[in-house]
Design a protein around this ligand. Structure first.
Ligand code: PA5
Length: 428
């Protein structure tokens, strides 16, 4: 993964970061790196995620999913960090299966999905670290019931990914379901490179060793200087731009297959850094499509946004047919890939010319290795940014509040958060 922060630096047109400020920040990066390395060495909560390239046990994952390699469809039942990693990988890569991620509990969507998927040909992976998340368990109960009604033995088609304890672990034990363990001290949004994200990737026919190798290469390149380490360059630059007013980070991949990656990034950035009144609001956007909508705002709206432009330097291409239609002949000399790259360059230059900070992130290709680099690189960037902000990157109290309130409202236990919802409803 390469990161170019040239368009985040101060110029006559832009109030970006000065070289002197970056050098001062690099001293903080060095200290943050020491803390990160210490956390990794101790496998402390959260930091353990940065060790996954070496600790993910790909053979265990392959063995656990082998009984399901006859499936044509995969239903991943999970939410947040227990869904987005798998979704990112299978959406980015050309796979063997039709993969459906059941994260939301919108009944209309779930009804449509269950009517369209031949359940006898489907495998189901229920994923929840805690094993208690209401949306995941509700969706699983609905899928299980649909399988029963279709005469499919759900116990033959289901495997579970969860922690050592909890209702899902108990369920796996009771029905002797194949199961994978969510590794200790890896928070959901940092779990893509573990059993949580990789099981779906294996079933979909992807080379998870290559994913882990790409991630491992970035892990090996973590050093104590943003000038040497692209992942830290990204994390430190976003932090410094936020301090200069870039409260919004628009993540804009120029590859349709990376659209879900932008969603994954938004979760990582928001849930990890949004604490104590700090953090940067991530926005999911897509090049070149959103050049025709959001770009207007990013170039000429409030000066509160940085844009992260992501692209592969090599892509599958398709020639544009030659034409004698007047005014369109120029298109026939190029390809769709060249056009997309031209759009990328135009956006980058147009933002820079307007003094709007942007950062370029490149991988060689959207393949297993490139994804491993990108996902690990962004995780390391996020951990570094969390150190610089001084927030607790690996906790998510606001998310947990909502989970407890929802369970309480449905009668799933005594939770004071549910009382707060009741009080508000009564006031209305
Ligand atoms: O990153 C996180 O901690 C969250 O997004 C969780 O992944 C999400 O809430 C799902 O939790 P669980 O895996 O316990 O069902």
């Amino acid at each position: 993964m390469d990161v170019d922060i040239g368009n985040a630096l101060a110029t006559e047109a832009s109030p970006g970061i000065s070289r002197a400020a970056l050098e001062r920040l690099d001293e903080d990066v060095a200290q943050a790196h020491e803390r990160i390395q210490r956390g990794r060495a101790n496998s402390d909560h959260g930091y353990a995620a940065l060790n996954l390239p070496a600790t993910a046990h790909p053979d265990t994952i392959r063995a656990a999913v082998e009984p399901f390699d006859d499936a044509d469809h995969l239903l991943v039942v999970g939410i947040g960090g227990s869904a987005l990693g798998a979704a990112t990988l299978v959406d980015a890569l050309d796979g063997d299966l039709s993969v459906h991620v059941l994260d939301n509990v919108d009944p209309a969507h779930i009804n449509d999905l269950l009517q369209s998927v031949p359940l006898a040909d489907a495998a189901v992976n229920v994923v929840s670290r805690s094993g208690t998340t209401a949306e995941t368990l509700a969706n699983f109960l609905v899928v299980r019931d649909a399988m029963d009604q279709a005469g499919v033995d759900w116990t033959d088609r289901t495997f579970v990914t969860t922690g050592d304890e909890g209702p899902l672990r108990d369920l796996a034990g009771t029905h002797d379901l194949p199961s994978l363990r969510v590794p200790d001290d890896v928070p959901g949004r940092f779990s893509v490179l573990s059993t949580v994200g990789l099981a779906a990737a294996v079933l979909d026919g992807h080379d998870i060793d290559a994913i882990l190798a790409g991630a491992g290469e970035v892990a090996d390149g973590l050093t104590g200087s943003l000038f040497e380490c692209p992942a830290y360059a990204y994390g430190a630059t976003t932090y410094a731009l936020d301090a200069r007013g870039a409260a919004v980070n628009a993540m804009m991949p120029y590859a349709e297959s990376l659209e879900t990656y932008a969603e994954w990034f938004a979760q990582l950035w928001a849930e990890s850094l949004g604490k104590d009144g700090l953090g940067q609001t991530p926005v999911r956007t897509l090049g070149a499509t959103d050049q025709h909508s959001q770009l207007q705002l990013y170039r000429a709206g409030p000066r509160n946004t940085m844009v992260t432009l992501v692209r592969p330097t090599e892509r599958t291409d398709r020639e544009i047919p030659t034409t004698d239609i007047e005014g369109l002949a120029y298109l026939g000399d190029s390809s769709l890939g060249e056009l997309l790259d031209a759009e990328f360059a135009a956006t980058e230059a147009s933002l820079a010319a307007a003094g709007r900070p942007n950062v370029r992130v490149e991988i060689d290709r959207v393949d297993e290795r490139g994804l491993g680099e990108l996902l690990y690189g962004m995780e390391a960037a996020c951990v570094l940014a969390g150190e610089l902000y001084g927030v607790d990157t690996f906790q998510q109290p606001a998310v947990e509040w909502g989970k407890r309130a929802a369970r309480g409202l449905l009668g799933g236990g005594e939770f004071e958060e549910a009382d707060a919802v009741d009080a508000k409803t009564t006031l209305r």
